[in-house]
Design a protein around this ligand. Structure first.
Ligand code: AP5
Ligand code: MG
Length: 216
């Protein structure tokens, strides 16, 4: 099953994708994670996108479509792909359709995670991840069982994203409403859209996604 998790910054796409990977053997394709990996390994492309990402603007379609193309052609995903943070423009959505066609696959459903803007500020400013394994946490909504120790790998170093501040969030939200929200109509018209309440607690959101997947 191939699905898109669609939603504004902080909607919970990465949090839910990580659980789907564990439980359903799916592969998460997060263009945000791929771009951050390119930055930390210091590639030319990584250097080129750093400023754009920190300001909260969108990287070019060409770069992100190239990243997804590479993954679709090489990654093995018995449980299917979760597209997290991709597509983000109509051009990316068209490209994804063509890429899936070219590898003999199709899209099963698009899950729109709806969250109020006010909730996003605290989600974004409270977010941190394990520096060793990347597991995601939040200052209040999702703390590790033992303070300062990662539940997954026992790591004790954590980090925060450079774009997780109110200024950059404003730009990211503008980009979402201007360039990405038209995808809601695009997939609705194709009969592929399901909308869930992303404001609920993490487990409740997960239950809504499980239901959306069994309905599709
Ligand atoms: P990207 O990494 O995709 O960031 P984003 O879309 O802004 O989304 P986030 O990762 O911030 O949020 P999320 O929905 O994954 O939330 P999370 O689960 O972490 O992109 C970053 C940048 O890369 C872009 O700005 C752009 O520059 C570039 N880029 C990436 N893809 C691109 C593309 N396709 N085209 C062009 N440019 C691209 O949750 C957030 C926090 O909330 C966590 O702390 C979590 O613990 C907590 N939380 C989660 N769910 C809940 C809940 N239900 N209740 C309470 N707290 C919760
Ligand atoms: Mg994310």
């Amino acid at each position: 099953m191939n699905i898109i998790l669609l939603g504004p910054p902080g909607a919970g796409k990465g949090t839910q994708a990580a659980m789907l990977v564990e439980e359903r053997n799916m592969v998460q394709l997060s263009t945000g994670d791929m771009l951050r990996a390119a930055r930390s390994s210091g590639t030319e492309m990584g250097k080129m996108v750093a400023g754009v990402m920190d300001r909260g603007e969108l990287v070019t379609d060409e770069i992100v479509i190239g990243l997804i193309r590479e993954q679709l052609e090489t990654a093995k995903a018995d449980g299917g792909f979760i597209f997290d943070g991709f597509p983000r423009t109509l051009a990316q959505a068209d490209a994804l359709g063509e890429l899936l066609d070219s590898v003999g696959q199709s899209l099963d459903t698009v899950i729109e995670m709806r969250v109020d803007d006010e909730a996003l500020v605290s989600r974004i400013t409270g977010r941190y991840t394990c520096a060793n394994c990347g597991a995601g946490y939040h200052d209040t909504a999702k703390k590790p069982a033992k303070e300062g120790v990662c539940d997954k790998c026992g790591g004790t170093e954590f980090k925060r994203r450079a774009d997780d501040n109110e200024e950059s969030l404003k730009t990211r939200l503008m980009a979402y409403y201007k360039d990405t929200s038209p995808l809601i109509g695009y997939y609705y018209a194709k009969g592929q859209l399901q909308t869930i309440d992303g404001l609920a607690a993490i487990d409740t959101v997960k239950a809504s996604i499980d239901k959306a997947l069994s309905d599709s």
